[in-house]
Design a protein around this ligand. Structure first.
Ligand code: NDP
Ligand code: KAL
Length: 257
């Protein structure tokens, strides 16, 4: 236990199951003394989350539905959080989606609808939730999203999601400028490959994982707990001088040629 986020109200978006990066983050936030608020999309995710919390003897202050494709759903979620919790000090955005058939083969084949869906759920959602969260962050605080190296480089099969993550990372910088004057910081963690529900069955994932042990400076896999601790740091006062940043938690893979 550390006291990095003692008595801080933090909203976590994107726990689908025990393998979710957002669940690793939840454990780090709990360890830092934070009060936890969750949003979910699918009822199945809510059930998994409730069981995980119970099994780990953890408490949620509030669990609310939020589909980031829908502005009313986002507004409703943050309104409820405002009414029941009041001030929040942090937000974790850990959601992304692209159609599976756009995550293979040539990027040039991306459909207009597929492009817009990936951008909508994976990039624009950060803009929309930042706008709503800001209204409740009247003591300042931190917002952290999750990104991947495919935003910076061409990674086979990542395709439309790479372009969405590029927009997400640029949004981190523009949003950081907007909300910095209110004492709110916006950052991203760029995680190496982690086997989660989203990663399941997508082409090229196993190869991307195995190359980490061969080539990354630390020569070991990345896990949810490493991303969790880095995210907790970025949300905390320890990172009070850091905003608009993309912090790689990837065993150093991004520095090697
Ligand atoms: P998970 O499958 O565990 O989490 C994905 C989450 O996205 C789910 O909780 C899902 O909710 C949520 N989601 C999808 N669409 C919507 C929507 N319209 N509204 C609200 N929530 C939605 O996978 P990860 O933990 O791997 O993914 C979390 C983040 O980490 C993503 O941004 C991903 O791109 C990023 N990332 C993952 C890496 C990896 O190797 N796994 C590497 C680098 C970054 P529900 O199931 O309820 O629909
Ligand atoms: C180069 C890598 C290999 C994999 C390529 C693409 C990965 C894209 C991630 C994206 C989030 C996956 C999906 O959207 C999956 C979706 O089409 C089907 N899955 C679901 O609907 C499940 C049930 C729900 C829970 O998933 C979502 N997202 O809602 C990239 C690897 C090395 C790193 C990864 C996996 C990065 C990343 O961004 O996740």
């Amino acid at each position: 236990m550390n006291a990095l986020l003692q008595n801080k109200n933090i909203v976590v978006m994107g726990v689908a199951n025990n393998r979710s990066i957002a669940w690793g983050i939840t454990k780090s936030l709990q360890n830092a003394g934070a009060n936890l608020i969750f949003t979910y999309r699918q009822e199945r995710s809510k059930k998994k989350l409730e069981k995980l919390l119970a099994d780990n003897e953890m408490d949620a202050k509030l669990i609310v539905p939020c589909d980031v494709e829908d502005d009313e759903s986002i507004q409703g979620a943050f309104q409820e959080i405002g009414e029941k919790i009041g001030t929040i000090h942090g937000l974790v955005h850990s959601v992304a989606f692209a159609n599976r058939d756009e995550l293979v083969g040539e990027y040039a084949n991306t459909s207009r609808d597929g492009y817009l869906m990936a951008q909508n759920i994976s990039a624009y959602s950060l803009v929309a939730v930042t706008r709503e969260a800001k209204k409740l962050m009247n003591e300042g605080g931190g917002i952290v999203t999750q990104t991947y190296l495919g935003a910076e480089r061409v990674v086979p099969n990542y395709n439309v999601m790479g372009v969405a993550k590029a927009a997400l990372e640029a949004s981190v910088r523009y949003l950081a400028e907007d909300v910095g004057k209110y004492g709110i910081r916006v950052n991203a963690v760029s995680a190496g490959p982690i086997r989660t529900l989203s990663a399941k069955g997508v082409s090229g994932f196993n190869e991307k994982m195995s190359v980490i042990e061969e080539k990354a400076p630390l020569r070991r896999q990345i896990d949810q707990d490493q991303v969790g601790d880095a995210t907790a740091f970025l949300l905390s006062e320890m990172a009070r001088g850091v905003t608009g940043e993309v912090l790689h938690v990837d065993s150093g893979f991004h520095i090697v040629a």
